[in-house]
Design a protein around this ligand. Structure first.
Ligand SMILES: [Zn+2]
Length: 130
């Protein structure tokens, strides 16, 4: 093997100072390169979101779940947890199920109002049929 392949060396850029991700910063712990939180909670971002999840979810379960997901899935997963937490704040008993029911009711009401305006049949049951 010739040594010529080692001659072209790109000039080394000075390493950027490694910042802890928002999760590790909040938890006051070391943030390693393979940190599970790092993609979902990049340094300096989503601090409030992380605090909500820390306060309302089992953080160990969240951490373990993040390890099983791709980076895209991690962001979706965190978004859906935040949706759950926000719904639970609005509806302490029923959570997101109650919020979705209210939304479905509102859609049904709105559609039936539109049918009334158009002079058509106004039974809300029509909405449920195909
Ligand atoms: Zn971290």
């Amino acid at each position: 093997m010739s040594m010529s392949m080692f001659k072209k060396k790109t000039p080394e850029e000075p390493p950027e100072p490694f910042r802890r991700c928002t999760a590790c910063e909040t938890l006051r712990q070391e943030c390693l390169n393979n940190c599970a939180y790092r993609h979902a909670f990049p340094p300096g971002k989503k601090k409030l979101e992380f605090q909500k999840i820390r306060d309302h979810k089992n953080l160990q379960q969240v951490h373990d779940a993040l390890l099983t997901k791709s980076e895209v899935e991690q962001v979706d997963y965190i978004d859906s947890l935040l949706y759950e937490v926000n719904c639970r704040a609005k509806e302490p008993v029923g959570g997101c199920l109650t919020v979705m029911r209210h939304t479905a009711d509102a859609i049904r009401e709105s559609l039936s109002r539109d049918q009334d305006d158009a002079g058509g049949p106004s039974t809300g049951d029509d909405v449920m049929r195909d």
